[in-house]
Design a protein. Structure first.
Length: 358
């Protein structure tokens, strides 16, 4: 049964190829008179990768731009468990009422402690790598024939231009050992006074309970056996344009098959988004999760070179396929605490579609 099935498939394909060749032969003269070609192709972007830096870093979610902890005025916390900032008076008399804290355990005598934690990888850089999945895009290409060199086997030449779209999607997951550094800063307040019960958030305008600034002491504690688990989701839409000369050689007795080489200037608009989350845990420390992300639109430029094959099946229509090498350089952006480096310097674009000569 399987042999019989394949037999009919082969027979059907043979008939289609025969009909295609007959149509090309019948309409050969019309094709020779065409000076314009418009091609629409599916396009797949390959050899696109990204590097994610800044894994670990500050463990305070308010540093990363997504659902940050904010003061009543909208300023970010500068500690994991509170904030001490400059009030409307400029901290006159070395005191500030623009401060807040989370819980009573931070108070000892007439002092209050604030923690700031960060993590660094043990034995390796805190970074991860990912490759783009091969999501399909498209390209619309227009070529204008300017002339023919009959002495060069009827070599045709002209201008090639195109607009294309490549969706980029990648995820990165990494887990590594880390050392957590916790810095504890201590501030004093007037003996005999009692701070408001935590959690408490003082205002910028005041008045309110004041603490003394600057800090009266600081201490650093290391936790060397921590673990950082990180996940990044990066996506982007790359709209591209290119323009340059092309040269095309026809083949066959009726020249229905052509091979074209093109190259020139390439320009891209990248609409990018990254969202990330990391969790730090380990002996002696409380598990801390932080997240971040953001959006960005950037312009890129560079060059391209491409090879395209086209086979005419009628006076106007053909089947086209090709490959492009495109260099748009490197894209770097900080998405709320995570530095993303997208390598677009060695992109390979594979295309298959239809062409129309007129």
């Amino acid at each position: 049964m399987k042999y019989k099935h394949y037999h009919w498939v082969i027979k059907t394909m043979s008939l289609l190829l025969f009909a295609t060749a007959a149509a090309a032969e019948q309409n050969h003269d019309l094709y020779q008179d065409s000076t314009n070609r418009l091609s629409l192709s599916l396009q797949f972007g390959l050899n696109i990768s990204a590097n994610f830096k800044g894994i670990g870093g500050s463990l305070n979610p308010s540093y990363h731009g997504v659902n940050p902890r904010r003061t009543p005025r909208g300023d970010a916390f500068n500690y994991d468990d509170g904030y001490v900032l400059t009030d409307i008076s400029g901290n006159a008399g070395n005191q500030s009422w623009y401060w807040g804290y989370d819980n009573a355990s931070q108070i000892s005598g007439n002092t209050i402690a604030f923690d700031h934690s960060s993590a660094a990888a043990n034995g390796s850089s805190a970074s991860g790598n990912a490759d783009s999945s091969t999501n399909p895009g498209f390209e619309l290409d227009y070529t204008r024939q300017l002339g023919t060199k009959e002495s060069w086997h009827n070599l045709r030449y002209g201008i090639d231009s195109a607009v294309n779209f490549v969706p980029i999607s990648m995820s990165e997951n990494s887990t590594f050992g880390a050392t957590v550094t916790k810095q504890t800063d201590v501030y004093s307040f007037t003996p005999g006074t009692t701070p408001p019960t935590g959690p408490y958030q003082g205002s910028y305008q005041g008045p309110g309970f004041v603490i003394n600034v600057p800090r009266t002491g600081t201490a650093t504690t290391l936790y060397p056996n921590a673990t950082v688990a990180s996940k990044d989701n990066f996506s982007a839409n790359l709209w591209g344009f290119h323009l340059g000369p092309y040269a095309e050689l026809p083949f066959g007795s009726r020249e229905q098959f052509t091979l074209a080489l093109a190259g020139g200037f390439a320009f891209g608009i990248l609409d990018a988004n990254d969202s990330w989350k990391q969790t730090v845990s380990g002996p002696g420390i409380t598990s801390v999760s932080s997240k971040g992300g953001g959006d960005d639109v950037s312009c890129l430029w560079g060059g391209y070179v491409g090879l395209v094959a086209d086979y005419q099946i009628s006076d106007h229509w053909g089947i086209a396929g090709g490959v492009q090498f495109q260099d748009l350089g490197d894209y770097d952006h900080n998405f709320g605490g995570r530095q993303v480096n997208l390598d677009l310097s060695q992109s390979i674009l594979v295309q298959v579609g239809i062409s129309c000569n007129f």
